[in-house]
Write a protein that binds this ligand. Structure first.
Ligand code: GLN
Ligand code: ZN
Length: 758
């Protein structure tokens, strides 16, 4: 009997205990061989598949596993390797693959950027001179592996050609069609080989159709997917979108494919679209109903109602129930958590738990709510308990309820502030600084772990942190950097650290999510009203300042970033939470200022990534983010300099919002986009100060003085030397000590040479 089936879109790669990260890093550090790396990652992948099978998932995704990034995998599939890596054709070997991801001595890494509106980063394909060829059918290899080793008839997942091209660079818009024509036969080949191997369903990810770019490429979708269905009739293609609703709903649902995957969670309008337009009788709807991007447990009753509402338009034998997107974006399993408050823990659902929710929901959809009674009751009880314990603070509620525009204005305009600041700091032209964190060596991390486990005392840990601060203040003075940082040695992560100290937050022990490459973050949980109780960063900053006569920059994370990189409870309005965080950060800034810290950086690396995919919603989002930022920074004196930092390069389209932050200095990641950012300033009259990262910190490679100087002088063509700061493009925590010192030496040298010339 045909029935509703359960599926998923992709599974986290990192392993329950981040085994994947360790396997990769050991290999990169030369501590393991390639065979060991492959054996370990094979084991992780098979284990992931086995688990999904045990949960009872009907249709299990295969081939989305990666050694770094699935967009890079797609490039490797088609032999899209930029010339600088000396690729000779054929299957892209592991080291060339990692060279593209991380850079090597003679070749910088590919650009990395955020995957839609997430904190996951993908490697931007470079299509200049590309001659795409099918050099490796990864989807096929993984399909066969799952079948042979585990008896799983999986659903291969591939990144669709239209989204892949739209995410690539190195071609002019008018070349799009001809490039697409080169890729289509290669995709056909992949699909044919999959069909021959026995695959039935194939998920082709085309999330670009959940963005405004959809309408530019919708005509191509008709052609391309028409070709696929004609050439490979045996394969049932799921045209998969996620992260928001479908743009071009009608046209997409009419594409000649077997199924359309739609996000019914973050696609807030999806259900209305379905109701209004209906759904073709001959197609399957893969409905994303469990939130793949948040960690709170689903209210299964509400989800059941959603499924019922969907079923009014789609018959049972044409429905797949799945998460809203790949569960790559949530931690693996809540099982290992030992320390979290049991009520909060009960309200959580990570990847494994989400897949079990999917299975329960599918069972209920097929056999009625009663059939999954236990799961439904559990979910209800757990959520009631969390809601009842929801920490409410009436004072905080009041202070955010009565906010006005004036609460977020600095007393003086920038022109006045900068005079007071110049007088106070008396910095040279092209002042040098860094973005905040300094290398978090194995010793730093091990010592923190020991302290967390109680193996060393608070006092010992504090001394250890102080020693590191001292060591690095000396190194920075030696390097002759103008504005110093304390190094953030006491922080595990720029958001988690604040999550641990602010009220209304909870933190997990193992709730890791991949951010880029092997780098994972552990987003805190926001489950109640947020407020500040006592100084968080003052001790370290004041100590660092006491060691030097140069200005020491205080280092905080901004409200928008804290919000975007946390898992916020569904009950709270995001704008309200963001203002609560803004007021909490304000208290911290005031405490720093009072303690004599006169340059304070408030990082907002997540501002851009949180932009809604639907551009009509940008203004509201950006206004709220800028307001919360200003709320936190508005009360400082004129001669206190507010910096901010952002980790992305393309902000031409949000320039006004960046200006609206009213920060005295912004530093922006740019070197990874190979200087494209400078153009933004050509037609803008940005008057405040700015540092465009002059070298790429995501790569271990030490740049040459010439290169860095080139980046400085290129920027000076468009930005006045009076406005320009010289800094790396992001924090240095992931780098080794020696390469950091070597690179900073180069940076300072380049700044000095450039200073001579302006
Ligand atoms: N101050 C932070 C650091 O240097 C900024 C990190 C970031 O931009 N992601 O680590
Ligand atoms: Zn950054």
């Amino acid at each position: 009997m045909s029935k509703v089936i359960s599926s998923s879109l992709g599974y986290p790669r990192i392993g329950e205990m981040r085994e994947w990260k360790r396997a990769l890093e050991n290999y990169w550090n030369g501590e393991s061989t390639q065979e060991e790396l492959i054996a370990k990652t094979d084991e992780i992948r098979l284990n992931n598949l086995k688990k999904q099978k045990e949960f009872g998932l009907d249709l299990i995704p295969v081939g989305e596993f990666s050694l770094y990034d699935h967009v890079l995998d797609t490039s490797a599939t088609f032999g899209i390797v930029p010339e600088r890596y000396n690729y000779k054709g054929g299957k892209v070997d592991v080291d060339t693959y990692f060279a593209m991801a991380r850079g090597v001595k003679d070749a910088v890494a590919s650009e990395m950027t955020k995957w839609f509106n997430t904190n996951y980063h993908y490697m931007v394909p470079e299509l200049d001179h590309a001659k795409p060829e099918l050099v490796e059918n990864r989807a096929l290899a993984y399909y066969k592996e799952a079948k042979e080793k585990l008896g799983i008839d999986g659903k291969p997942v591939i990144l669709g050609p239209i989204t892949y091209l739209k995410l690539s660079k190195g071609y002019e818009p008018e070349q799009f069609a001809s490039l697409l024509n080169q890729f289509v036969p290669l995709y056909v080949q992949i699909l044919k080989e999959l069909a021959e191997a026995g695959a039935t369903w194939v998920q082709i990810d085309e999330p670009i159709f959940s963005t405004n770019a959809s309408s530019e490429v919708i005509e191509y979708a008709k052609e391309v997917y028409g070709t696929f269905s004609k050439e490979v009739p045996g394969i049932k293609i799921i045209f998969q979108t996620y992260f928001e609703r479908l743009f071009n709903y009608k046209e997409i649902t009419e594409l000649p494919v077997a199924a359309i995957g739609i996000d019914f969670v973050h696609g807030k309008e999806s259900l209305a679209q379905l109701k209004e337009n209906g759904f073709p009788k001959d197609k399957v709807l893969a409905a994303g109903v469990i939130d793949g991007r948040n960690v709170w447990r689903a209210d299964l009753d509400a989800k059941f109602d959603l499924v019922e509402a969907i079923k009014e338009h789609v018959s049972e034998d044409r429905l797949i129930i799945q998460p809203s997107c790949s569960v790559l974006h949530v931690p693996v399993s809540k099982k290992p958590e030992e320390k979290l408050d049991s009520v909060i823990l009960g309200g959580l659902s990570f990847a494994d738990e989400k897949l079990q929710e999917i299975v329960s929901l599918t069972k209920a959809a097929n056999e009625g709510r009663e059939a999954a009674k236990a799961a439904f009751e559990d979910s209800k009880k757990a959520l009631e308990a969390v809601n009842a314990s929801h920490r409410s603070n009436e004072d905080v509620k009041k202070s955010t309820a009565n906010l006005t525009a004036a609460d977020a204005e600095r007393a003086q305009p920038f022109a006045e502030r900068i005079k007071a600041q110049d007088e106070r700091f008396n910095l040279p032209l092209l002042p040098t600084t860094t973005i905040g964190s300094l290398p978090q060596t194995a010793v730093v991390k091990q010592t923190r772990t020991k302290w967390r486990k109680g193996e060393i005392s608070d006092a010992q840990y504090e001394t250890f942190v102080k020693d590191n601060i001292k060591k690095w203040v000396e190194i920075q003075e030696e390097l002759d950097i103008d504005v110093l940082v304390h190094g953030e040695f006491e922080r595990n992560d720029m958001v988690e650290y604040f999550g641990e100290k602010l009220k209304g937050f909870g933190v997990t022990q193992y709730g890791w999510v991949q951010s880029y490459g092997s780098r994972c973050v552990k987003p805190p949980l926001i489950f109640g009203d947020v407020y500040w109780e006592e100084p968080i960063t003052v001790k370290e900053s004041v100590y660092a300042q006491s060691l030097t006569s140069r200005p020491m920059k205080g280092m905080l994370t901004g409200p928008c970033t804290i919000l975007n990189w946390s898992f916020v409870h569904d009950n709270a309005s995001e704008a309200t939470v963001m203002n609560q965080i803004g007021l909490a950060i304000r208290k911290e800034i005031e405490a720093l200022e009072e303690a004599g810290i006169k340059i304070i950086q408030v990082d907002e690396p997540a501002l851009r990534e949180g932009l809604p995919l639907d551009k009509t919603k940008w203004e509201e989002y950006l206004d709220a983010a800028a307001y919360a930022f200003r709320l936190s920074t508005a009360t400082v004196q004129a001669d206190t300099q507010i910096h901010t930092h952002m980790c992305y390069s393309n902000f031409k389209d949000i320039f006004d919002a960046i200006d609206a932050l009213d920060a005295d200095v912004i530093s922006i990641e740019t070197s990874r986009s190979h200087g494209e950012l400078v153009q933004t300033f050509e037609d803008n009259t940005y008057t405040k100060e700015i540092g465009l990262g002059v070298y790429d910190i995501h790569s271990p490679r030490v740049p040459s003085v010439g290169e860095v100087k080139h980046n400085i002088t290129r920027a000076l063509n468009t930005i006045s030397p009076k406005q320009f700061w010289v800094n790396p493009d992001c924090g240095l925590k992931t780098r080794k000590e020696k390469e950091t010192i070597d690179a900073l030496k180069v940076m300072v040298q380049a700044a000095k040479e450039a200073r001579e010339e302006v």
